[in-house]
Ligand binder design. Structure first.
Ligand SMILES: NC(=O)c1ccc[n+]([C@@H]2O[C@H](COP(=O)([O-])OP(=O)(O)OC[C@H]3O[C@@H](n4cnc5c(N)ncnc54)[C@H](OP(=O)(O)O)[C@@H]3O)[C@@H](O)[C@H]2O)c1
Length: 310
């Protein structure tokens, strides 16, 4: 089968498609025939070498955490899914979702309202959004700022916070403001003057800040009024500012991480089935164009998730 891998750190051109034997589902796992898979900015950074201190690679690295497809092997001890079912989910830490077959450790039935390529990119964004919004206890009547609201994670976080009855302010470049309005957020730009812009949009204050971008924690703490009301998933300097850095994955040098909020997945599927949660896509590429997909992620301006069609 085809699989994407790299054998050294470097630009997206270090990625190649190799021919490898298909993996098999172990205990508690399933295997899918992949219909679409996803590219996440975290693994793009890892491929570049920027994360070598935090998440050292063991070469060759197979890419892809997330995929959607049709179950074709069910491991021992698994009883909630059958061969032929359509699911989306994430691999174990070995990855390898950008391949014709992938072994999943976490899966959820695909809602009919999401295409394969939308479902492929859903798991991480949904899990991360529930993990952070629940840590911040976001609920009806709150005012929440989502920094980096037009990205793969922010687009989902905005919609889930809106579903909870919160007023959501989202930051993005100006050309993405109508898009943020369509998700239910009040848009503003990030960068200098952010504190004043947010105060004018929310004169009664902001209860919680979800940082999906990094690099602006002093402003975000000033907006929330308390570092405990800010959670970042993107800023490795969080501790310097008294802010919690939420990471679900084990195996980094940053500590054990937070428990993954996989309980959010069935809730998200229910919302999707009612047409109340979408997974915006910044781009869909054939698997053979994996280099172009990573290059788009690296711009830092993808509007939503990036998917690969198999
Ligand atoms: N710790 C975790 O568990 C976890 C989970 C998921 C993601 N992450 C990390 O969180 C970050 C975001 O992930 P993602 O999937 O949302 O990435 P993404 O899809 O690549 O984000 C792209 C978005 O970032 C926005 N952006 C760029 N520079 C910005 C800035 N200085 N301030 C605010 N927004 C900015 C862009 O908006 P415009 O184009 O409108 O400028 C674009 O919409 C990444 O660093 C990722 O590695 C961590």
């Amino acid at each position: 089968m085809r699989a994407v891998q790299y054998a050294e750190y470097g630009p997206s051109s270090v990625l190649s498609i190799v021919d490898v034997p298909p993996p098999h589902a172990g205990r508690g796992q399933i295997r899918i025939a992949v219909r679409a898979s996803s590219v996440s900015p975290g693994e793009v950074k890892q491929r570049s070498g920027a994360m070598r201190e935090v998440l050292p690679a063991v070469f060759p690295v197979r890419t892809g955490y997330e995929a959607a497809g049709v179950v074709d092997e069910v491991g021992e001890g698994v009883s909630d899914v059958n061969v032929g079912d359509g699911v989306f989910g994430t691999t174990s830490s070995e990855r390898g979702a950008n391949a014709d077959h992938a072994v999943l450790a976490v899966w959820t039935p695909r809602p009919a309202t999401w295409t394969w390529e939308e479902a492929a990119g859903a798991t991480g964004a949904v899990e991360t959004s529930f993990r952070v919004l629940d840590r911040l206890a976001v609920t009806r009547g709150d005012t929440v700022l989502v920094q980096g609201a037009a990205g793969g994670t922010g687009t989902v976080a905005v919609q889930i916070a809106v579903e909870r009855g919160a007023t959501v302010i989202g930051t993005a470049s100006e050309h993405n403001h109508d898009f943020l309005r369509s998700l239910g957020a009040k848009p503003t730009t990030y960068g200098p003057g952010l504190v004043e812009r947010v105060r004018s949009l929310a004169p009664s204050g902001v209860n919680a800040v979800f940082d999906c971008a990094g690099g602006a924690l002093p402003d975000l703490v000033a907006i929330a009024g308390d570092p405990a009301r800010v959670v970042t998933v993107a800023d490795l300097d969080a501790a310097t500012h008294g802010v919690h850095l939420s990471i679900a994955s084990a195996g980094t040098t940053l500590g054990p991480g937070d428990p993954p909020a996989v309980y959010g997945l069935p809730i998200a599927v229910e919302l999707a089935a009612q047409g109340r949660l979408r997974i915006p896509l910044a781009g869909t590429f054939p698997l053979a164009e994996i280099v172009a997909a990573h290059t788009l992620s690296e711009t830092g301006h993808a509007r939503g998730k990036i998917s690969l069609l198999h």
